[in-house]
Ligand binder design. Structure first.
Ligand SMILES: NC(=O)c1ccc[n+]([C@@H]2O[C@H](COP(=O)([O-])OP(=O)(O)OC[C@H]3O[C@@H](n4cnc5c(N)ncnc54)[C@H](O)[C@@H]3O)[C@@H](O)[C@H]2O)c1
Length: 331
């Protein structure tokens, strides 16, 4: 029997890249790719793209009734990003909490009567942290979010932990660093500018930096915890390979490895790769809401638990991430 893997949010940035990675790394697998916006892939014998609104429990159930059979892994990656959740509280809760619970419940109800439960891999975020924090986040640091997005992610995490404790699913909760450089159009994430200030200038387009009012501003020392798209996708694929027994039982949370950079270091990396002219496409316009949310996120984590589970980390700081983006443009 082929392995069946379901990815929600498969029309998005990470979901679509994960689907491509799994097709390459596990060619025998069958993929069910679901998103509220139809995933931009062809239907084949091994790939089933579906358009579904997962806020509807019936549509979640239908994902387990396709002719591909019951998935052995569900990647729950759909969602409303941070600024979107902050600006539209009700939509954020409906998608980031209610629909995750719908998918979790459908997964539970379709788990085979015998054998291991379905792996339920959830993409959470460092936005679950807020308030006074230690200099370095440890696996046992308590999460006290200060945004609707972080609160929604943490709420879903609690459900997944409990469903795992009861044996309903095998939950694996990945708290992702901010992924840079994100290709394509700007997202509605509060963190979108961390990619935008590199992506747009390298293509000769203006980008607004919402932190600080000039290149000399001390505000540019704002630190952020990041990972590259390629390392993030490797880690998402790895998450289903980790033996269940190796993950702590009282919490299924794993902070994916990352590294600390600052807005200033990003701009220096932009200049190193794109030259001084690239910097001129960055326009500074301080945004207090954006600054408040981003500043509440931690920027230093202890990577040892994630590395011990076999997850990967980027090496060499920001510049390789900028070069990775340039390569993705085919430049
Ligand atoms: N990219 C990052 O830096 C980052 C960092 C931390 C966590 N994450 C998490 O990783 C996941 C993927 O992030 P991304 O950057 O690919 O986001 P994205 O916005 O590109 O993709 C999310 C997808 O979810 C879909 N979606 C929204 N509502 C839906 C619904 N009701 N039913 C079905 N699909 C729906 C959207 O259409 C979109 O394609 C998200 O859960 C996000 O919170 C991302």
């Amino acid at each position: 029997m082929p392995t069946v893997i379901l990815i929600s949010g498969a029309g998005g940035f990470l979901g679509s890249q994960l689907a491509a990675k799994l097709q390459e790394a596990t060619p025998d697998a069958k993929l069910i790719l679901v998103d509220i916006v139809a995933p931009n892939v062809d239907k084949t014998d091994d790939v089933l793209p579906l358009q579904s609104d997962l806020t509807d429990p019936n549509q979640c159930d239908k994902l387990f009734e396709t002719n591909f059979g019951i998935p052995e892994t569900v990647y729950c990656m759909h969602g409303i990003m941070s600024r979107g959740s902050e600006d539209n509280f009700d939509l954020g809760i409906k998608v980031n909490v209610d629909s995750v619970r719908n998918l979790l419940e459908s997964t539970r109800n379709h788990c085979p009567a015998s054998g291991p439960p379905i792996k339920f891999i959830f993409t959470s975020s460092l936005a679950v942290y807020g308030g006074p924090l230690p200099d370095v986040i440890q696996p046992n640091t308590i999460a006290t979010p200060e945004s609707a997005y972080g609160m929604g992610k943490l709420t879903s995490e609690l459900f997944i932990n409990e469903y795992t404790r009861r044996g309903f699913v095998d939950g694996r909760i990945l708290r992702l660093p901010t992924v840079v450089v994100r290709p394509g159009k700007p997202s509605n994430a509060t963190s979108a500018f961390f990619s935008g200030i590199i992506r747009e200038p390298l293509q000769g387009l203006e980008s607004v930096c919402p932190i600080g009012n000039s290149i000399d501003s001390p505000d540019l020392d704002l630190a952020v915890w990041v990972a590259s798209p390629s390392t993030t996708i490797i880690n998402l694929a790895h998450a289903r390979e980790v033996p269940a027994s190796k993950i702590l039982s009282h919490t299924r949370v794993i902070c994916l490895p990352g590294f600390t950079t600052t807005v200033r270091e990003e701009l220096l990396a932009l200049e190193a790769v794109g030259g001084k002219q690239a910097l001129q496409f960055v326009r500074f316009q301080d945004d207090p809401t954006n600054r408040r949310v981003v500043s509440s996120w931690p920027a230093r984590f202890d990577n040892s638990y994630g590395l011990g589970l076999g997850f990967s980390v980027d090496e060499g700081g920001m510049e390789p991430l900028v070069r990775q983006f340039v390569r993705s443009l085919g430049l």
